[in-house]
Ligand binder design. Structure first.
Ligand code: ADP
Length: 447
C-alpha cells in the first residue's frame, strides 16, 4: 500500500473514531439527563399519589384519586385497577413494567420509550400493594432522534476537512519523496547524476532533504570525475615507462647480443624505468591508503625530535647540507609517522631540485608551530605554483630533465596535511629557490 493511501486511511479513520466516540458520549449524556429529569418529575407525582392514598378511607373511590393524579400521556396501575390517558390508554393497556433493583425503569413499548416508577402503597383495606405510574416519553424520543441526526450530520461534515487536510498533508510530504524516487531511478537508468528540481522559496525539511540529496549527487559526480581523471592520468603515466621498457627490450633482442654498448644502455634504461614505475605504483597505493582518515593515529609528540629524526638520515644518505634550527620541546598532538612522511616529501624535493644547502626552521606561532623548508635551487615558475599539488603535475623543464619524479609527491603531501589538520604554503622565486611552510596546530581540535 502506498504511503499516500496509508496517510488518507489512517487520518480519516482516526478522526472518524474520535468523532464517533465524542458524539456517542454526548448522546448518552444527553439521554441520561433527559431521562433523569423525567424520572424526578414522575417520582414526585408518585409521592403525591401515595400521600393521597394514605389519607384515603373506605368510602373514597380510589379511581377518582387515581384520575386526579394521572400523568399526561401516561397510565397508573394499582391493585388490579389501570387507568390511562392519551395514547397511553391503548398502548399501555397490557403492559407491566419489569422493575428490578431500582424503583424505576425505561422500556420500549411498540417503539416508544416508557418510563415507569413504582412504589408500595397502603390500600384502603390495610393491604400493601404495588403502584406503577407509567409515562410515554414521546417528546424525549423525538429530541433524542433529532440529536442523533444532528450528531451524525456533524460527524459527516467534520470528516470533509479531515479528508481534505489528509490529501493536502500527503501532497506536502509525498510529492517531494516521489520526485526523489523519480530522480533516483532516472539517475540509475541514465547513469548520470540527476538533481531534484525544487522551488527556491521552500525552506522546510523536505527542501532540506532535496538539498542534501543534490549535494550528495554533486559530490558523487565530483568524486567519480576525479577517479576517472586519476585512472586516466595514472594509466597514461604508467604507459610512458612501459613504452620505454618495451622499446629498449626490442633493441636488446635485435642488437643487444652482438653489441655490448647497446646492451648496457638498454638494460640501464630498463632498470631505471622499472625503478621509477615501482616508486610510482608505491605512491599510488599511498594515495589510496591516505584517503582513509581512520588510519591516522594522533598522539602527543615533540616536533623538534621528529624533524631531527627525519633530517639526520637524509644528511647521511645524500651527503648534503641540511641545516636545522628550532625550539626544543615543541609538543603537539599529531600522527608522528605521517608528519615525518610529509616532511620527507618536502625535504626530498628541496634536495632534488637544488644543489646547495637546505634550511629548516621551527618556530612557535601561538596556536601552532611553523616549519619552513628553504632551498636555493631552480624555484618554481609563478604560473606553475597553483598546480604543483595536483596529481601527476610536474613543471615542464623537470619533466624533460629526467629527475625521475612522478608528480605525485606533493599530491600525497597535500593529502597528508589535510589528514593532520596542517596548513601548507609554498613560495618560490624562479631561479632563486623555494620555501615551504607547514603549520601544525598545537591541539587537535583547533583544526
Ligand atoms: P615530483 O615527483 O616530480 O618531484 P612532486 O609532486 O613532488 O613530484 O612535485 C611536483 C613538481 O613541483 C615537481 O615536478 C617540480 O617540478 C616542482 N617542485 C616541487 N618542489 C620543488 C622545489 N623545492 N624546487 C623546485 N621545484 C619543485
Amino acid at each position: 500500500m502506498k504511503i499516500r493511501t496509508k496517510i488518507h486511511l489512517f487520518s480519516t479513520l482516526l478522526m472518524f473514531v474520535i468523532l464517533i466516540l465524542t458524539n456517542t458520549g454526548v448522546y448518552f449524556l444527553f439521554e441520561k439527563m433527559a431521562y433523569d429529569t423525567e424520572r424526578e418529575q414522575l417520582q414526585s407525582q408518585v409521592k403525591e399519589l401515595t400521600a393521597s392514598f394514605s389519607k384515603m378511607t373506605a368510602q373514597n373511590d380510589p379511581a377518582v384519586i387515581i384520575r386526579a393524579h394521572l400523568p399526561d400521556n401516561g397510565a397508573i396501575s394499582v391493585a388490579g385497577q389501570r387507568l390511562g390517558s392519551g395514547e397511553a390508554t391503548t398502548l399501555l393497556k397490557d403492559y407491566t413494567p419489569t422493575i428490578t433493583n431500582d424503583s424505576y425503569t425505561v422500556e420500549k413499548v411498540n417503539g416508544t420509550s416508557v418510563l415507569s416508577v413504582s412504589s408500595p402503597v397502603i390500600w384502603n383495606n390495610g393491604d400493601v400493594v404495588q403502584l406503577d405510574m407509567m409515562q410515554l416519553l414521546v417528546n424525549v424520543d423525538r429530541n433524542l432522534m433529532a440529536l442523533k441526526l444532528v450528531l451524525a450530520g456533524v460527524t459527516l461534515l467534520a470528516m470533509l476537512p479531515v479528508v481534505f487536510s489528509s490529501i493536502g498533508l500527503s501532497r506536502i510530504v509525498i510529492n517531494p519523496i516521489e520526485k526523489l524516487i523519480a530522480t533516483m531511478s532516472q539517475s540509475r537508468k541514465s547513469g548520470t547524476y540527476e538533481k531534484i528540481q525544487m522551488s527556491v522559496d521552500r525552506k522546510d525539511e523536505m527542501a532540506q532533504m532535496a538539498l542534501t540529496f543534490n549535494e550528495m549527487m554533486e559530490q558523487l559526480e565530483q568524486n567519480y570525475k576525479q577517479q576517472e581523471q586519476f585512472v586516466s592520468n595514472a594509466s597514461h603515466e604508467l604507459k610512458t615507462p612501459l613504452t620505454v621498457i618495451e622499446s629498449y627490450a626490442r633493441l636488446l633482442t635485435r642488437r643487444g647480443f652482438d653489441n655490448r654498448d647497446v646492451a648496457e644502455e638498454a638494460v640501464g634504461a630498463i632498470l631505471s624505468e622499472s625503478v621509477r614505475m615501482k616508486s610510482m605504483i608505491e605512491q599510488l597505493l599511498q594515495l589510496a591508503k591516505n584517503d582513509e582518515l581512520a588510519t591516522f593515529q594522533f598522539e602527543e609528540t615533540d616536533l623538534f625530535d621528529q624533524i631531527e629524526k627525519t633530517v639526520k638520515p637524509m644528511r647521511q644518505a645524500y651527503a648534503r647540507q641540511f641545516d636545522f634550527e628550532g625550539i626544543k620541546d615543541s609538543i603537539v598532538t599529531t600522527d608522528s609517522e605521517r608528519f615525518r612522511q610529509l616532511l620527507y616529501i618536502f625535504l626530498d624535493n628541496a634536495r632534488k631540485y637544488s644543489d646547495d644547502l637546505v634550511k629548516i626552521t621551527l618556530q612557535d606561532e601561538g596556536d601552532s608551530y611553523a616549519i619552513a623548508i628553504t632551498d636555493y635551487g631552480n624555484g618554481i615558475p609563478q604560473e606553475a605554483l597553483p598546480h604543483v599539488f595536483n596529481r601527476f603535475y610536474r613543471v615542464e623543464e623537470d619533466r624533460n630533465r629526467k629527475t625521475g619524479g612522478t608528480g605525485l609527491g606533493l599530491a600525497i603531501a597535500k593529502q597528508l596535511a589535510d589528514g593532520l589538520g596542517a596548513g601548507l604554503k609554498m613560495e618560490s622565486i624562479s631561479g632563486m629557490g623555494t620555501t615551504v611552510r607547514i603549520t601544525i596546530p598545537k591541539r587537535l581540535d583547533s583544526h
